[in-house]
Design a protein around this ligand. Structure first.
Ligand SMILES: [Zn+2]
Length: 294
């Protein structure tokens, strides 16, 4: 079997397992805070379900609907509606520009052995905006929400900050992963990487070291790697005490994934705080948010 398809299978199994674990955690959490006087009054005065609008009966009685994670009162509902509101997560999994790249590979690697039910949201004949796996996982493209390169997005969030402690506050996921805040001025940015050097699994052998500057040239973009950029890669290799190219690649992946998580989390919180809009409920930026962000 093609090595890429083996990796896709491994990835799909991991995220489906993660979705099961998250749902398990959600269904076993049930916090209920005491209602405020206003909520208590509202619940007592309710004579019909807020969702289906039918009046309560002895069989379909009034229930106190609350968020199981925060314990907050949400609405007064009939029993039928309350049962339908059972919390269930469809785990969002984001990759930057995945509709043009990752999703194509994932679609090729989908088999009934791994996933029984697949919904594909097409963007065009060959690009896939999103994929829903077994109603448990949504593979989404973060570029549909933040249409800039990861390099630019990270740069914006960093805002020219160089102080390690302040960077740890802006990028807590990176700080938590790399444990030493002194690395952060070097790591809180898009790192150079020799993509074309990754032509064969043998590059992960323990005796393979960081390749020369020419290996960092990008033939796809027809760009040569500058000495400054190569020196950043060398510094990362040395500062993180990498003993092989594989260790450097692992650090690069961690930086890439964690900076995207950080940038997206910042964006999601900002949308919630300033616009009260739930991001990730759709596969792209809701239209009204686009206007609000202008
Ligand atoms: Zn109802």
């Amino acid at each position: 079997m093609n090595i890429i398809l083996v990796q896709v299978e491994h990835f799909l199994r991991r995220i489906l397992k993660l979705a099961d674990e998250c749902n398990e955690k959600i269904s076993s959490t049930n916090i209920q805070l005491p209602p405020t006087d206003e909520e208590k009054q509202k619940h007592e005065n309710s004579t019909a379900c807020e969702y289906c609008k039918t009046e309560y009966t002895e069989l379909n009685h009034k229930t106190y609907h609350h968020a199981h994670q925060s314990g907050r009162y949400l609405a007064s509902l009939c029993n039928n509606c309350n049962l339908l509101c059972k919390p269930r997560l469809q785990l969002p999994v984001l990759a930057h520009n995945s509709s043009r790249f990752d999703n194509k590979l994932i679609v090729r690697g989908l088999t009934e052995k791994i996933v029984k039910n697949v919904q594909i949201i097409p963007k065009s004949n060959s690009n896939f905006l999103g994929i829903v796996l077994d109603s448990k996982v949504r593979l989404m493209d973060s570029f549909q929400f933040m249409d800039a390169s990861l390099e630019k997005l990270t740069e914006n969030l960093r805002n020219k900050e160089d102080d390690p402690e302040k960077l740890a506050q802006i990028f807590p996921y990176l700080a938590d992963h790399f444990k030493n805040n002194q690395h952060l001025p070097l790591l809180c940015s898009k790192l150079p990487f020799p993509y074309e050097f990754m032509s064969d699994p043998s590059v992960f052998e323990p005796d393979v070291q960081l390749p020369p500057q020419s290996a960092f040239n990008n033939k796809l973009k027809n760009q040569d790697c500058s000495l400054d950029d190569y020196n950043i890669a060398v510094k990362v290799y040395e500062e993180l005490k990498c003993e092989s190219f594989h260790q450097f690649e692992m650090a690069y992946q961690a930086v890439d994934v964690l900076t995207l998580s950080q940038v997206f989390e910042h964006f999601r919180k900002k949308c919630m705080e300033e616009h009260i809009i739930l991001i990730l409920s759709t596969f792209g930026q809701p239209q009204d948010l686009h206007f609000k962000l202008l």
